[in-house]
Design a protein around this ligand. Structure first.
Ligand SMILES: C[S@@+](CC[C@H](N)C(=O)[O-])C[C@H]1O[C@@H](n2cnc3c(N)ncnc32)[C@H](O)[C@@H]1O
Length: 176
């Protein structure tokens, strides 16, 4: 789905928050044109190392740049370097900080960009306002920010698969 969204959006610059082993990174990077660029942010150096090996094996080492560090530290660096705007942002790191990543994604995109956020349904747990699960609470804060943000129009698509019932939010930036 990520690759189809990136391809249909003609994305040439993609930002990913949360790399793990580079699985989603590879799907997204394969949607890029020859001059395309993907920057992926990963806090765990071991995950970054595994992702680097996988990206090398996929022949994507010149297309993808991995930045190691907590995303709330590396995102301001991207902004300071003038890396924006990205055509597509995929948010898939720790769920507690998802609302913060969404705020940065808005700063690093433009009208027409897509911001996709994974794991926003959490087996339906997000409808429980009294949940003590910090991931559910983190996603509830994100969903509230998404619903009240006038610069995007958004939907949540629920998914069922080997990892159970979950879903992803797809937001289109409609104003700068
Ligand atoms: C769900 S996994 C990413 C999966 C990957 N996007 C995929 O679909 O193949 C989340 C990743 O975010 C990383 N992560 C957790 N907290 C982070 C943070 N504060 N900043 C950046 N990355 C973080 C984790 O180390 C983990 O590798």
């Amino acid at each position: 789905m990520l690759q189809i969204l990136a391809l249909s959006h003609h994305a040439t610059r993609i930002l990913e928050i949360g790399t793990l082993a580079g699985y989603s990174t590879i799907w997204l990077a394969r949607a890029l044109p020859q001059n395309g660029k993907l920057i992926t942010l990963e806090a765990n150096p071991k995950h970054a190392e595994v992702a680097r090996a996988n990206l090398n094996q996929a022949g994507l080492e010149d297309t993808v740049e991995i930045r190691v560090g907590a995303a709330l530290d590396t995102l301001p660096q991207l902004a300071a370097e003038g890396q924006a705007p990205f055509d597509l942002v995929f948010i898939d790191a720790d769920k507690v900080n998802t609302a913060g990543y969404f705020a940065w994604a808005l700063k690093l995109t433009r009208r027409g960009s897509l911001i996709i956020t994974d794991n926003v349904v959490r087996k339906g747990g997000v409808i429980d306002a009294t949940s003590t699960d910090e991931n559910v609470q983190g996603i509830r804060r994100f969903n509230a920010a998404l619903a009240s943000e006038p610069r995007v129009t958004a939907t949540v698509v629920q998914t069922v698969g080997s990892k159970g019932h979950d879903g992803l939010a797809i937001a289109l930036v409609i104003a700068d």
